[in-house]
Design a binder for this molecule. Sequence first.
Ligand code: NOJ
Ligand code: MG
Length: 578
Amino acid sequence: MGALAKILTLCCVLGLTLPQTLAEKDWWRTAQLYQIYPRSFKDSDGDGVGDLNGVTQQLAYLKEIGITATWLSPIFTSPMADFGYDVANLTEIDPLFGTMEDFDALVARAKQLDIKIILDFVPNHTSDECDWFIRSAAGEEEYKDFYVWHTGKVVNGIRQPPTSWISVFRGATWTWHEGRQAYYLHQFLPKQPDLNYRNPKVVEAMKDVLRFWLRKGASGFRIDAVPHVFEVAADEDGNWPDEPRNEGVDDPEDYEYFQHIYTTNQPETIDLVYQFRKVIEEIDEELGGDDRILLSEAYAPLDILMQYYGNSTHNGSHVPFNFELLANIDFDSDAYHYAQLIHNWLDNLPEGQVANWVLGNHDRSRIGSRLGADRIDATNMLILGLPGIAVNYQGEEIGMTDVFISWSDTVDPQACQSNEQEFERLTRDPVRTPFQWSDEQSGGFSDSATTWLPLADDYKLVNVKRERGIPLSHLNIHKQLRALRDEPTYKQGDVTIQAIGPNVLAFKRSLAGQKSYITVINLNDDVESVNLDTIFTSISSQLQYVVVNDKSVRRKNDLTYANSVLLMPKEAVVLSTV
Ligand code: NOJ
Ligand code: MG
C-alpha cells in the first residue's frame, strides 16, 4: 500500500477527515473517467457533428453521473482522414469542433464543476498536411529527419519499399513521395506519416506540445497508439529487417499477416513514456494544483504494460489502460475466465500503483453488442466496483449498442481500406454513432435531421431523458454504483474475486471497520443459488441488497441469507453486510 493510501486508511479508521489538498491531489487513484468522442457527443451548432460547445453544454450531465475526469478523442486541426487521429496542427482546435476560445470556455466551466479535461495526444504520427511533414518532404534541414524516410531497395531494376511491413489499416507501411523521391513510413494511413523518434528534435517538439496544452489547462493526456511509436533501429547501412509471417493468415494485405516484432513494443517506447511523465511532473511543479495524469493506450503483453507504470527509478503512465477484459472476453466466456483476467491485472500490479478497468472505447464493438445487452449492468458493476480507476466510453452508462451501418454509408478508414466482404469485421463506425440524449429529433444530439453517422434505431428507448425516469435503467444503476464508490470500502478496501462455477462471478470489497460489499453476477440463463458464506470470510449471515438490476425479483434493502443467495438469469446485484 502506498504512503497516501496508508494515511487515508488510518484517518478513515480513526474517523478523521484529511486536509482537502492532500486528499485531492492524487484524485486520479479512485477516478471515474469517461471517454468523450467529440464528433458524436453533442452538436451545438446544427451541422450534424459534435463540437466543444456541445461538450461544455453537457458537462452538467457528466456531473450528474459523477465523472471526475473526461478524456476527449482528438479535437485538433485535422483533414479528418482518421477522424482527428491525423493531426495537422498540434496546438490548434479544428474549426469543426470550435475555436481556442471555446476550448478555454470548456476548461473554465469544467473547473467550476470540478471535472478534469484530459486530451488525446497522438505521438506516433501527424497528418501529411502537418507543416512539419510538408517541410520534411521538401528536405528542409531542420525537418528533414522528422519522419522516417528511405529511398527503398532496387531489385531487378525495380524500386521497392525498404521492408515488407504492413500498416494497421492494411497494405504497405511505405508510401512513395514524388517530391522527396523517397518512401515514408506510416503504421496507419498514408495520410498519417510516422514521426521519427530517433531524432531528438522530434521528442523535444512533442514535449512542447504537452507543455502547451497543460499550460492551457488540460489535466493530462491519453497517449495514442503507444506500441507503434518506435520501429527497430536501422542497421549500419540504414536498413531494417522484414517481420516473420503469422501462419494461418493468408491475406498479404492484412495487418495480422506478419508478427510485429520490429514495429511494435520496442523497448525505447517505455522510456519515452517515462520522459513524457517527467514533462507532466515539471508542469505540476510549475503550475501546482492537483496531479496531472497520463493514460496510455497499448494493446501489449502484460509484462510490457506493467513497465509503463514505471520502475524503481522512473515514474510512467498513471493509467496504462487495462484491456484484459476488453480484448479477451467474448459472449461465451465463463466466470473462471473473467476471474482470471481480473487477477492478471491485480496480481501483476507494481507496488503503489492503481488498477483501472476498461471495457469499451471508440475502436471496439460496444459491450452490449459484444457480450449481450443483458450483461450491460454486470459489466458496469465490474468497471465501477473493482478497486481503482473506472473508465467508461460514452453511452456505456445508458447501454448504447452497435448500430449497423451499410458499406455505402461506411466512413471509417479502417473499413474503407478493405472491401464490402470484410468491412463489418473492421469498421468502427457502429460504436461512434451520435449519443442518445432524448427521444427528440436526432436523439437530442443535434438540431440537424441528418448527422455525420446515422443515429441508432433504438434511440426512443435508450436515451438519457427516458432512463432518468426508470428506476432500474442502466443509467440509474450506473448512478447507484457510482455513489457506492464514495464509500471508504470502495475507495480503499481490498478485493477478493471468485468464480462460483462457470456461470457466477462474485467479488467482495472489504475494509477494516467498514461494511463489506459483495457483487454477484449471473452471466447466464440458469437460475443459480450460491452459498457466499463458504466463499467469503467474515461476512454476516444475512446480507442486504444494495443494488439490484431489472432481472432481480428482490428489491433494494431486502435481506437474504448469505448461504443461499438466489440469482435469476443474468441478474447482477451488489449486497452488503449488515
Ligand atoms: C488508436 C486510436 O484509438 C484509433 O482510433 C486510431 O485510428 C489509431 N490509434 C491511429 O491513431
Ligand atoms: Mg512509429
